[in-house]
Ligand binder design. Structure first.
Ligand code: SAH
Length: 374
């Protein structure tokens, strides 16, 4: 059957996916992946079809295209970012997160500015040229303090990028930190659907404030990262379709996307983890949709499967974000159960990743790895 007729047949209303033959669905999915490749966008119904009915074969098809795009942009090089998890105090109470305020079992810690600086020094020695400062929403680190810290890092390591991941802050604070030299900011939107957002967060948090923050970040000239958890509680294919449409429209420079993993001391302790396969598939689709995006194979992906980060790179990701926190605090920054690399020292992680990338024919590059439109 010619392609045109196939697609018009499927667009007839009232024909549910369940009634289509498996081969036909695959043909349709491949056409949708080709359409995304050609047009860099899909309609909401297209996304829902792809997300709810894909096969391993579709995944491999998308991964081949995505990997080719990534290789044409970045070669076989993977950027690394050292993450310093400098505080697990948090004023928020996100229902999914292990460091939420109500988790009385979390052992709280804060690093001093000098301790953060020495993590960066250690990271610099082993080849990191981006430092990501991440924390819970801990207001003892005021904008003044973060700005001063960014200035010190930039003075000591002028060839390095600083990425902040501190949660939501006000425009003036974000501006102050940008002016101090911060280059990038990671703030996952978590979900583009307001009702879904409200099921994942307490009433005190607001979807519109998070979205406003993301727009502020871009307006201030940060390389900005958005993203979501795959398989978060209550998430539907329609929500994920809305996430993909949001990412298309917002065009973040970075997309942080990993599977939801439960944490035993949260209200979502008994919720099922997200799908490894769907996460890999969506990574490929993000690469095809936004070819230049900086796309990490996340720690959560490495936690859900022992070769998750390797498979993420082979699915089109081009960034890995190893831990650069002092070993003594790593187990305390537990966003979800069984997080990997919590016993390791920073140099061990660096070496391990070198080996893992080598095993799949990739190499880690000592470069800042800024976003580029080219
Ligand atoms: N407080 C900061 C950064 C720390 S949380 C912020 O709000 O941005 C970083 C990311 O970890 C979150 O955006 C969330 O998407 C992810 N995360 C939190 N809990 C998780 C869980 N249980 N499973 C998977 N990812 C989780």
């Amino acid at each position: 059957m010619p392609m045109g007729r196939l697609s018009s047949f499927f667009s007839l209303p009232g024909i549910s996916a369940g009634k289509k033959g498996a081969v036909m669905i695959q043909e349709e999915n491949k056409q949708l992946i080709d359409k995304l490749h050609a047009q860099h966008s899909l309609t909401k119904p297209d996304w829902i079809t792809l997300i709810s009915n894909f096969t391993d074969d579709d995944r491999a098809y998308a991964a081949d295209i995505a990997r080719e795009i990534a290789q044409s942009k970045f070669g076989n090089r993977v950027f690394i970012r050292g993450i310093v998890e400098f505080s697990n105090y948090c004023k928020n109470d996100c229902l999914y997160c292990g460091i939420r305020r109500s988790n009385g079992r979390a052992q709280r810690y804060r690093l001093t500015d000098d301790e953060i600086l020495s993590c960066c020094a250690e990271g610099y020695e082993i080849g990191y040229r981006t430092f990501v400062l991440q924390s819970g929403e801990d207001m003892t680190y005021t904008a003044d303090r973060i700005a001063a810290l960014v200035r010190r890092i930039k003075a000591d390591f002028p060839d390095c990028a600083v990425t902040l991941s501190l949660g939501e802050r006000e425009y003036d604070e974000l501006k102050q930190m940008k002016e101090a030299g911060a280059d990038r900011y990671l703030l996952r939107h978590e979900t583009a659907n307001q009702q879904h957002y409200e099921l994942l967060h307490p009433a005190a948090m607001s979807f519109s404030h998070r979205m406003r923050c993301l727009h502020d970040l871009k307006a201030l000239g940060y390389q900005t990262g958005a993203g979501m958890m795959i398989g978060a509680p209550y998430q539907t294919a329609e929500h994920l379709a809305e996430d993909m449409l949001f990412l298309r429209e917002f065009e973040p420079h970075m997309i942080g996307m990993g599977p939801f993993l439960p944490h035993q001391d949260t209200p979502f302790a008994k919720e099922p983890k997200g799908s490894y396969e769907l996460t890999l598939f969506l990574l490929s689709l993000c690469r095809i949709m936004l070819p230049n995006v900086l796309l990490p194979a996340t720690t959560a992906l490495g936690t859900i499967h022992p070769l998750g980060r390797e498979q993420g790179i082979l699915a089109g990701a081009n960034v890995i974000m190893p831990n650069l926190s002092p070993t003594a605090v790593r187990k305390k920054y537990m966003l979800y159960d069984n997080k990997i690399c919590t016993e390791d020292r920073s140099a061990d992680c660096r070496f391990c990743l070198h080996q893992r990338m080598k095993a799949i024919g990739y190499e880690i590059t000592v470069a800042r790895g800024d976003y580029s439109d080219d």
